[in-house]
Each structure stands twice: as C-alpha cells, then as structure tokens.
Design a binder for this molecule. Structure first.
Ligand SMILES: C[S@@+](CC[C@H](N)C(=O)[O-])C[C@H]1O[C@@H](n2cnc3c(N)ncnc32)[C@H](O)[C@@H]1O
Length: 182
C-alpha cells in the first residue's frame, strides 16, 4: 500500500506523513480507518452512517466491526453508481447497505437515530451533512469528520460554525475530528 506522503506533503501540522498508508488519494488513511472501526467496536452502535463510500475500504472495516459486535448495521452513501457497485461487492456478507444516493437525500427511518457517523463525502458537503442530520443523532453519538487538517476547507468551515460539541482533533496527515453529540 502506498505511503500517505504520496498524497499529502509534510507540513508543520503533520511533519511525517510517510508514517501513514493509504490505498489512494480518495481512500482514508489506513490507520484512520482502523480508528473508525475501533470506535464502532468500542461503542456498539446500532445504526452507523458513512457519507462518501468510494471503494468501500472504511465501509468494509466498519462492517467487520459490526459483525464482531454481533449487532448493528452500516448505511453508506455514494453518489457514483460505479463506485457504489464496487463497494457493494467488497462489503458482501457484511451488515452493510451501500446506497447509490446523494448524501443530501437520506435520512434515517422513522424511529431510528444515528449512533455513529463517518462524514467523508464531498469535502464541502460534510459540514452541511452535520448540520442537516443533527436532529437525527442519538444522544452521545460520535461523529467523525475527515480531512479537517488546515490544508482542507473543512478546517475553516468547522471553525466558523463554532460547534458547541466536545471534540478531539487529531494531527493525522489529512486531519480528522471526532465530535460528541449532546
Ligand atoms: C474521500 S472519498 C470517501 C472515502 C471513503 N469514505 C473511505 O474512507 O475510504 C469521497 C467520496 O464521496 C463521494 N461523494 C461526493 N459527494 C457526495 C454526495 N453528495 N453524496 C454521496 N457521495 C458523495 C465521492 O464520489 C467519493 O467517492
């Protein structure tokens, strides 16, 4: 697997990107995918949402975590039908529903709420997803947002919103922030 330094240059934010790995520019750093899956293992969510499936590497990791938990399902949204089909094959036999759909068009079923979310669709869209889906998160839900490093526009968008939620921001190459919903 390529080193992340092929996709993200060294910076004062993350001086050693070569310590991370990623399949490609679009797919999440492997170590961050592992962390997302570890959150799922640790918190035992019933409903997990991912926006932006791409090839489905993180969807597969979440699906394996849910399978190990013995409960819960992932809904993952990808507006590119060809990518959705690849991800669906990757996640077959896992509790993962890959929907070829725009993330702006999805809400949970009545009576359901989102226990864990991984927002990773279009880089500008992610913050809008957080705002739009806010009423649909369970109390204490964890929401991960990818690409929150200073080189990405999500960084500034999140700062502007001044979200009143506890958060941890990690200095991974692309940056990742986890929020705790009230
Ligand atoms: C950064 S990649 C996702 C990487 C993946 N989550 C992972 O962890 O490997 C972003 C993906 O979001 C998809 N996308 C962009 N805007 C979208 C939208 N509004 N709804 C659904 N998918 C979208 C793109 O087609 C692309 O495949």
């Amino acid at each position: 697997m390529p080193r992340e330094s092929e996709f993200t240059p060294s910076s004062s934010w993350c001086p050693e990107p070569e310590l991370w790995e990623a399949y490609d520019y679009d797919s999440t750093e492997r170590e961050v995918t592992d962390l997302v899956a570890a959150f799922v293992r640790a918190t035992k969510p019933r409903l997990v949402l991912e926006t932006g499936t791409s090839y489905g590497y993180t969807a597969e990791a979440i699906g394996r975590a849910l399978l190990a938990n013995g409960r819960g399902r992932l809904v993952t949204l990808e507006h590119d039908a060809a990518l959705a089909a690849i991800a669906r094959t990757r996640c077959r036999d896992l509790p993962v529903e890959v929907l070829a759909r725009d993330s702006g068009l999805w809400t949970p079923m009545p009576g359901e709420s989102i226990d864990f979310a991984w927002l990773d669709s279009h880089i500008i869209q992610r913050v809008h997803e957080l705002v739009r889906l806010r009423p649909h998160f369970s109390a204490g839900a964890i929401v991960g947002i990818h690409d929150t490093g200073p080189q990405h526009p999500v960084h500034e968008l999140i700062s502007k919103l001044q979200l009143p939620f506890p958060r941890i921001r990690l200095r991974t190459p692309r940056g990742v922030t986890f929020l705790e919903m009230p």
